[in-house]
Design a protein around this ligand. Sequence first.
Ligand code: MRU
Length: 356
Amino acid sequence: MKTYASLQWQNGILRLLDQRLLPHQQSYLDLKSVYEVAAAIREMAVRGAPVIGVAAAYGMVLAALQNEINSLQELQTILKNSAQVLVASRPTAVNLSWAVQRMLKAADEPGLRTIADLRDRLLREANDIAAEDSRTNRLIAQNAFPLVPDTANFIHHCNTGGLATVDYGTALGIIRFAHENGKKVHVYVDETRPRLQGARLTAWELSQLGIPHSVIVDGASGFLMQHHKIDLVTVGCDRVASNGDVANKIGTYNLAIVAKAHGVPFYVAAPTSTIDPSIKTGHEIPIEEREPSEVSQIGTETILPKHSAVFNPAFDITPAAYITAIITEAGIACPPYEKTLPLLLKKAQTIHRNCS
Ligand code: MRU
C-alpha cells in the first residue's frame, strides 16, 4: 500500500517528496519560504496540476509566517507579491492560480484583526484545500466506476496518481478504485517523453499498489488500439476550457486522435478546480515551453547531436470533439460541454460546502 506522501505540512514546514529523484530515491525537501516553494514547482520537484495548487496554498502560508511583519497592511502586500511569484512558476495548470486566489480571498475576509488571526485563517484555508483534494479524488474514482468494464485494458498518459495530487490521484485513482473493487485491470503506461513521468512515476505508483501494468513508448498506442487490446484511455488534465477543450501533458492530443480513430473511449479525469470558466476555448490556454535539455538529454546523458535545435512544449490542447467525457467529483460531463460543465461547477460548490 501507499508508503509515501507527495506533500505534508509539519509545524511550519512544507515537506515535499522530490519527484525528480523517483523511482530510485525517496527523498524529501523541507521548504521554509514561499521562494523555495515557487522554485520547487518551477523545477518540478513537485508536479501535477492538483498538488502544485496545494503546494502553492502552503507557499502563501509560509509567506505569512516570515518574521518581522509589522502590520496587517504589510502582510497583505507580502501576500499579493507572493501570489505573483507562485502563479508565475508554471503557466498551464489553472489549479495553481485557483488555489492562490482562494488564499487571497481568505486573507481578505472581514474580522481578521491581527497578524495571528490572518496566519491562522490562511493555514486553515490551505488545510481545507488539501483535504478537499483528497476527498475529490475518491469521488472522481467512484463516479467513473460504472464506465470501467469488468476486465479493462487501459492506456494512461503522464502521471495522475497520489504523486500528482495530495492523495489517491485522478485518472490513476479511477484505475486504482476499479482494481481495489474487484475489476481485472491492466494498464499500458505511456512512458511520457520528455521527462518520463509515466515510466518513472506512474509505473512506480502502480508497482506500489500491485496493479498489473506494462510500460510502452508513447508511439505504441496506435498499434495497441489497432490490435483491439485497449478498452479505454484515461488521462488527467491541467486546464479545461468552457467548451471542453483540455490542456494536458504533451502527447495527449495524439493519443485522443488515435482513440477516436479506433472507437476507444477517451476519458479525462479532473477536479472541478481544473475547469477554467474564464476562457472559452483551449486556444486561450498558455502552453509552457521548457528547457531544451529535457529533450536533448535522458538523465545526464546527451542523446542529440551538438548543434541540433530543440522545441519543447510541455502541454498540448485536446479539442473537446475527441473527448468522450470529463469525469469530476461532481459527476460526469458529456458533450455539449458548454452546457454540462457549468452544471457540475454548481454542484461541486454544494458538495464542498457540505463537506467542509
Ligand atoms: O508537467 P507535469 O508533470 O506537471 O504534467 C502533469 C500532467 O500533465 C498531469 O497529467 C496533469 O497535471 C493531471 S494530474 C492529476
